[in-house]
Ligand binder design. Sequence first.
Ligand code: CA
Length: 231
Amino acid sequence: MSGKLILIVEDEHAIRQMIAFGLRRAGFDVREAADCREARQSLADQRPDLMLVDWMLPDMSGLELTRAVKRDRQTRELPIIMLTARAEEGDKVTGLENGADDYITKPFSPRELVARINAVLRRAGATGLDHVVEFEALKLDQQGQRITVDGQTVPLGPTEYRMLEFFMTHPERVFSRDQLLDRLWGGNVYVEERTIDVHVRRLRKSLEKYGLDRFVQTVRGSGYRFSAKAQ
Ligand code: CA
């Protein structure tokens, strides 16, 4: 699991440092945030693979932050482990009900934390992140950030890669241009809907030589769908 990026949201400097140190030693990359505002900035800047959120934070509770992250479609699949000093069972339930994937009570050993993180990452992987997805000869390797056909890397521009990665992890569903803009450009940047058509065209062109452009289907009046089944 090394190389995964963990965002630590914890206001107590000493605890944050201790966690960061333990995680770096275990091979994780680490980013730190002292409050929810910093956490949001960090999330906008670079998406972590998992977030550790302390329950008690100065500007907004960790619970509210968790709820907000899980409500936002850009981040809702991001695994979250809540950290808390409170051992009550009721708090654990509240944390999990608000979208946390796991819960760990202070004090904990770095080893215990790493084990929990790995377990949550494995679970997240099993539901769609970082595993290999295949449609006939077309294979997505998220870990390696590449898409292959019969073992040969398909040459794709960064946007076409992101688009195909998105399609392959969300097959059989129709997405409007508007939804694709949101999912692929984060809704932050102003991009015209026509841009989607341009990238779809390029993507099909890249898949054409393998005879797989038929996977990217136009759904008239609605948008696009990725499917290995005949239209
Ligand atoms: Ca705290």
